[in-house]
Write a protein that binds this ligand. Structure first.
Ligand code: PHE
Length: 362
């Protein structure tokens, strides 16, 4: 701004009114130019408040008119007003410049890639349980669930495993600290889903076709293929005239549905106290053709996937069914094992460490 005739600037004296205007102007324009394109709307608003807002520096200049000697007032007032207009115009222009590079100030930047919301998914064990129960549902089997905290009576006695029978040692478990009238512990975490065979027979009339998925517990050391808790799916069909052929046909169809239509199955004798005869079922390895280096079947060509058999007459009788009239088959499989085989997972503990790098693959 040109020097004013009213200038009273002397050495070290009060700045002249015109110099005050010039100082505000220089500061304001420099600050405005410094607002970069990266500035948010906040930066512009701050500038506006500081210089031309209601208690901004220019406004203070205007208010100070009254304190000047009368002959200076008109000139100073005009100068301050001119400055106000000038800064408002400069502000509008700077705002427009910034908008031109970043879009309207304060608006959403539509060019910024959106954040993908994290989607949940079912745990691989839940997915496997559904695959298994779906395969049986297609053959007319209903899904039931039962208690994880079970009476000894159902877990063992009803399953033809009396107290003191060595077969109890197949299933070491966790007992609850609660004793019955005879001073015996009688409540435990179930070691298998088989007790649901008895619970369902007690409360339902034949024909029965059920699958029972659920958690089981065993008191054993954890390693790559054992955990102290795991899931099973129990299968049971009871009716008049159910034969071993029904067992074979149903389990064969299950294996094909879950492991692929090319599957072959192998039945071999096995022992479970609650079935007679008892078998273990294996499928041919879907990963190899008897390759000795196969990491899924370890060269045997076969994968054992479940235990099964004809429901023992004592189990039928215990639950109030006449074994002369009714027969049935039952099977039980470990869900983790099925999932590990299907997906080539080498350690059961992966399922329960909640590592998203593992879980998000399913
Ligand atoms: N309950 C048996 C187990 O946990 C599996 C099984 C169920 C075997 C039904 C035969 C029949 O090992």
């Amino acid at each position: 701004m040109a020097d004013s005739v009213n200038s009273t600037t002397g050495d070290g004296a009060e700045p002249s009114p015109d110099d005050r205007i010039a100082a505000v102007r220089d500061g304001a324009l420099a600050a405005l130019a410094a607002l970069s394109a990266a500035e948010t709307a906040d930066g512009l608003q701050e500038w506006r408040n500081r210089y031309i807002g209601r208690s901004g520096e220019v406004t203070l200049l205007l208010r100070s008119v009254g304190s000047l000697p009368p002959e200076q007032r008109a000139g100073f007032g005009q100068g301050a007003n001119r400055l106000k207009n000038e800064l408002e115009a400069a502000f509008d222009q700077r705002e427009a410049e910034i908008s031109a590079t970043t879009g309207p100030v304060g608006a959403i930047d539509v060019s910024l890639p959106g954040r993908t919301p994290a989607k949940g998914r079912l745990h691989p064990i839940t997915q496997t349980i559904r695959e298994i129960t779906d395969a049986f549902a297609a053959m007319g089997f209903q899904t039931f669930e039962g208690p994880e905290v079970e009476l000894e009576r159902y877990n063992f006695d009803a399953m033809n495993i009396p107290s003191d029978h060595p077969a109890r040692e197949m299933f070491d478990t966790f007992w609850l600290d609660r004793v019955d009238e005879e001073g015996d512990r009688s409540i435990l975490l179930r070691t298998h889903t088989s007790p649901m065979q008895a619970r369902i027979m007690e409360t339902h009339e034949p024909p029965i076709r059920v699958v029972v998925p659920g958690r089981c517990y065993r008191y054993e050391a954890t390693d790559a293929s054992h955990d102290w808790h795991f899931n099973q799916v129990e299968v049971m069909a009871v009716d008049e005239n159910i034969t071993f052929a029904d067992l074979k046909g149903t389990l064969y169809e299950f294996a094909r549905r879950v492991f692929g239509p090319e599957r072959k199955v192998r039945f071999r004798c096995d022992f479970f106290p609650f079935v007679e005869p008892g078998v273990d079922l294996a499928i041919d390895c879907f990963n190899c053709d008897g390759d000795p280096a196969c990491r899924i079947c370890r060269g045997s060509g076969w994968l054992e996937i479940l235990g099964a058999g004809m429901v023992h007459p004592r189990v039928l009788r215990y639950s109030g069914y006449d074994p002369e009239r009714y027969t049935g088959f039952a099977a039980g499989m470990g869900v983790e094992r099925v999932a590990m085989l299907k997906h080539g997972i080498d350690d059961i503990r992966h399922f329960y460490t909640n590592d998203m790098r593992f879980l998000s693959q399913f």
